[in-house]
Design a protein around this ligand. Structure first.
Ligand SMILES: Cc1ncc(COP(=O)(O)O)c(C=O)c1O
Length: 383
């Protein structure tokens, strides 16, 4: 393990800002900004962008994403959002009347709406597993997985408070019953090691703009081999066999490209967004997810300890993701809490009944002091 130095300078975060909201929208590292700027210039000088670039840059980013999830580049498709990826999964998994699709209580809607739609179409039931009062959520999920479950669709940790599931155990149960597992790892990948060889998801999706430190309107999906001959959401030209031959595009072809490329969104070769995401993935691969997690765990452990001393409720460390933490109050939180904090230059999210705190590599010890100073001033924590 390497102790990473703070990257605050490279993110240009002003001294008066305490940004603890990566789970909302990450700020941008200088390298990502530069890559975006160069990308923008390509359209300024279109003669520098060749037809070959439409393919080579997409393939490079597939390889980078694949190495992050320990998968193969052929399994990676480039999509604009998580909802697009999950929509693709829902389009390619079967479910019949009276079966169940399992999700978590208050799961992020992009991993719920496509399943609601599928369940509605076939007469299946969307089954939300409640957060258990006692014991762990993983055990409660495993108990609900039985032969009448068609699909298990989960995150790695809950988006509101970082409650962490044991996906290894959940995946083992899915494999035992041959039930496809669909993962939205948007709130974890970039910090937490996720290995598709171990978890064996049918589809795994992650948006680029949070913990992957990339741009908005871009996400990546890894698709397991049995699903790579599936039906895409749209029928665009670049996903056709032979599409690299621009002079032959009107020799219309029925055959889609092999592997997960067939699920790519139209105009996937985005000159600005792909280089930004590539630069961001390079940073993460270079820092190492284990090292990032270690650094963020030291922040969230301290936040948890100070919150608990101040009378807030934090979930048990064994269920806590390293990077994302929900602080709950036994009293109702003031409805103006997020705006009171932002007026002091402190940025967190309030999600449901939790103050969601999400630090990253640009945070420093004084950010935590400022947060607790303000929470104390606002009487949310006791001194
Ligand atoms: C768990 C999770 N998944 C996905 C998203 C974004 O979804 P989409 O790309 O469909 O907008 C978010 C955004 O907050 C999220 O928290």
């Amino acid at each position: 393990m390497v102790t990473l130095p703070s990257q605050r300078q490279a993110f240009h975060i002003p001294d008066e800002i305490t940004y603890l909201n990566c789970a909302y929208l990450s700020p941008m590292h200088q390298d990502v900004y530069d890559a975006g700027f160069q990308g923008l210039n390509r359209k300024f000088e279109p003669w520098t962008y060749t037809p070959a670039h439409f393919f080579s840059e997409s393939d490079e980013i597939r390889a980078r994403f694949a190495s992050l999830v320990h998968g193969d580049a052929q399994g990676v498709s480039i999509v604009p959002s998580v909802s697009y990826g999950i929509g693709t999964a829902a389009n390619n998994l079967s479910c019949s009347a009276n079966q169940r699709i399992l999700v978590l209580h208050e799961q992020f809607p992009s991993n719920v709406y496509p399943w609601r739609e599928l369940a509605h179409q076939v007469g299946a039931r969307l089954d939300h597993v409640d957060r258990p009062k006692m014991g762990g959520w993983t055990a409660a999920i495993i108990e609900r997985i039985s032969a009448d479950v068609a699909i298990v669709a989960l995150p790695h940790c809950h988006w509101t408070d970082g409650y962490q599931l044991d996906l290894v155990q959940i995946s083992a149960k899915c494999q035992q019953l041959n039930i496809p597992l669909v993962l939205d790892v948007t709130q974890s990948l970039g910090v937490v090691e996720i290995d598709v060889n171990q978890l064996k998801p049918a589809f795994l999706v992650a948006a680029a703009y949070k913990w992957l430190l990339g741009p908005y309107s871009l996400a990546f999906m890894w698709v397991a081999p049995p699903y790579r001959q599936g039906r895409p959401l749209e029928f665009n030209w670049i996903t056709r066999e032979g599409s690299e031959s621009f002079s032959q595009l009107v020799n219309y072809r029925d055959e889609l490209r092999p592997d997960a490329q067939r699920f790519d969104v139209g105009e996937r070769s985005n000159f600005t967004l792909l280089p930004m995401a590539s630069a961001a993935l390079d940073l993460i691969l270079d820092w190492g997810q284990g090292n990032i997690a270690n650094m963020l765990r030291s922040f969230t452990d301290e936040i948890a300890e100070r919150a608990t001393c101040g009378g807030l409720v934090v979930q048990d460390p064994q269920f806590r993701a390293p990077h994302l933490l929900g602080l709950r109050s036994t009293d109702e939180l003031p409805s103006t809490l997020a705006s009171e904090l932002s007026s002091r230059g402190i940025y967190v999210s309030v999600r449901g009944s939790a103050i969601r705190v999400a630090p990253h590599i640009y945070n420093e010890a004084q950010d935590i002091d400022r947060l607790f100073g303000a929470l104390s001033e606002l009487k949310v924590v006791k001194d």
